[in-house]
Design a binder for this molecule. Structure first.
Ligand SMILES: Cc1ncc(COP(=O)(O)O)c(C=O)c1O
Length: 465
């Protein structure tokens, strides 16, 4: 008997794609074949052959509400049919107004304005330019430096890269980048002052005061840092005392304090903003990734009333903007993402699944001879690998342990986000774990189990492994 065909429109047979390396798409990594992903649901990506990959990093802390939500497609279609574009110098659209209202209502107290961008690097550029214009408004024209922390990552555009401190990303552009001052990272695991002391003596925060004085009291525009570090040393986070000290130093020297929440914002910490967990309020917050949730290219700069008023006192326009700033389709998506997070209680779920994942990682990897630290908050977690646990010596960067672990995990159906440089010029290998907020218990347990298998397989490949 013939099998009845499913009702509905006939679909074209899916095309199968051949090798893509050196093909027309200019790829980012040119040492291996990319995987052709054709669809995704929840916390799982599928390639063109049907192989499933558990998306344990939500891309790079992007796909917050999970993949494949039909209601997002409906909102996009609807908005595209109303108005897809109107230039942001003259026009503003309802989705953009509504998203700004929603973000302000959930922002730390005192934040009442939002400048939209298309991503995180653009948000960082906007923050730096706004901070500069705040100083100009007060006649402090000689201020030109932006201080950041060592080993940090704040984006790929030249301004954001200048406040980044990752040799691999920065070195090729040394001659064309500004040299911005760096202070010590807040990194208890490798802290030269307090490692092993069990508490932070705040020397790393005081380094900001030292650098501001060394640069010149009237030379620094702003300080930028991540409240919970994402890709560059995933999961490290200063406590309330650290951020209070940073706030005091910024206030003392009239330095604008920018919290980079491109990864940690929009619920990933278990609160809307990671800074809310510290009780300390910055002047500017940059964000992106999870607010567009992978469905739209969206970033934002949240501006405190105090900063906005200082800027407005000059009665000048904001001398900055991009063609796609405040795009209505992206804003419509962002607005829906906030609704979904609240409707489905996803902040609470992030806290619950984050604790479970941290616990499972510690059970599975905590006593591994090549795991130095397992850390993080909410669903923003990191596992750092070391060649030797006692001395915390990192692996030789030439061994490329992190990319090997990514590969062995991919073979086992797990996608993780590898990184390096946490140990500074000495290297350092780690992975970021930041799954979609909809990840379930079984998937959380699978992440920890497969990561352990993948790590052991990668170690076995090393010379003398
Ligand atoms: C903390 C932080 N800031 C800025 C950026 C840059 O964001 P984008 O890649 O959207 O430009 C990133 C990206 O990973 C990030 O993690």
């Amino acid at each position: 008997m013939a099998t009845p065909r499913a009702a509905g429109p006939r679909r074209r047979a899916p095309r199968t794609f051949g090798p893509q390396l050196d093909g027309p798409v200019f790829l980012r990594e040119l040492s291996r074949e990319p995987i052709v992903v054709t669809h995704a649901r929840g916390a799982v990506l599928y390639d063109q052959h049907g192989k499933a990959y558990l998306d344990a990093a939500a891309g790079a802390a992007v796909a917050s509400i999970g993949h494949g939500r039909r209601e997002v497609a409906d909102v996009l279609r609807d908005q595209a049919m109303r108005v897809a574009y109107a230039h942001p110098s003259v026009f503003v659209t309802p989705p953009t107004i509504e998203l700004a209202e929603k973000m302000v209502a959930r922002a730390p107290e005192g934040f009442d304005h939002v400048f939209f961008t298309s991503g995180g690097s653009e948000a960082v550029e906007a923050a730096i330019k706004l901070a500069r214009q705040v100083h100009l408004a007060h006649g402090r024209t000689e201020r030109s430096k932006v201080v950041s922390r060592r080993t940090s990552y704040h984006g790929a555009t030249l301004g954001a890269l200048a406040v980044t401190d990752q040799a691999e990303r920065v070195a090729p552009f040394a001659g064309i980048l500004r040299v911005e001052p760096k202070i010590a990272a807040h990194y208890p695991y490798r802290c030269p002052w307090c490692a092993g002391a069990g508490h932070c003596g705040l020397h790393c925060a005081d380094d900001l005061e030292r650098v501001i004085q060394a640069e010149g009291e009237d030379k620094v525009i702003a300080f930028i840092a991540e409240p919970i570090v994402g890709s560059s040393a995933p999961g490290t986070a200063g406590d309330a005392a650290y951020w209070r000290r940073i706030r005091e130093i910024c206030d003392r020297h009239q330095v604008v304090f920018i919290a980079d929440e491109v990864m940690s914002g929009n619920g990933r910490s278990g609160s809307w903003w990671a800074m809310q967990r510290t009780g300390v309020t910055p002047d500017l917050i940059t964000t992106a990734k999870g607010i567009g949730a992978g469905y739209a290219s969206l970033g934002a700069l949240l501006v405190s009333g105090r900063t906005y008023d200082a800027f407005r006192s000059r009665r000048d326009d904001f001398r900055h903007g991009h063609t796609y700033s405040g795009h209505p389709l992206a804003a419509a998506v962002g607005s829906l993402v906030i609704d979904v997070i609240e409707r489905e209680g996803l902040l609470e779920r992030v806290r619950r699944m984050g604790e479970r994942l941290l616990g499972r990682l510690r059970e599975t990897l905590g006593d591994h001879p090549h795991v130095g630290e397992v850390r993080g908050q909410g669903l923003l977690l990191g596992v750092e690998f070391v060649a030797d646990r006692a001395s915390k010596r990192p692996f030789d960067p030439a061994l490329k342990l992190r990319t090997r672990v990514r590969q062995t995990c991919l073979e086992r159906g797990l996608y993780i986000y590898p990184g390096g440089g946490s140990a500074g010029p000495l290297g350092g290998d780690h992975v970021l774990l930041a799954p979609p907020f909809v990840v379930d218990e079984d998937q959380v347990d699978a992440i920890a189990g497969i990561l352990r298998e993948g790590l052991d397989a990668a170690l076995a490949e090393l010379p003398n492994g």
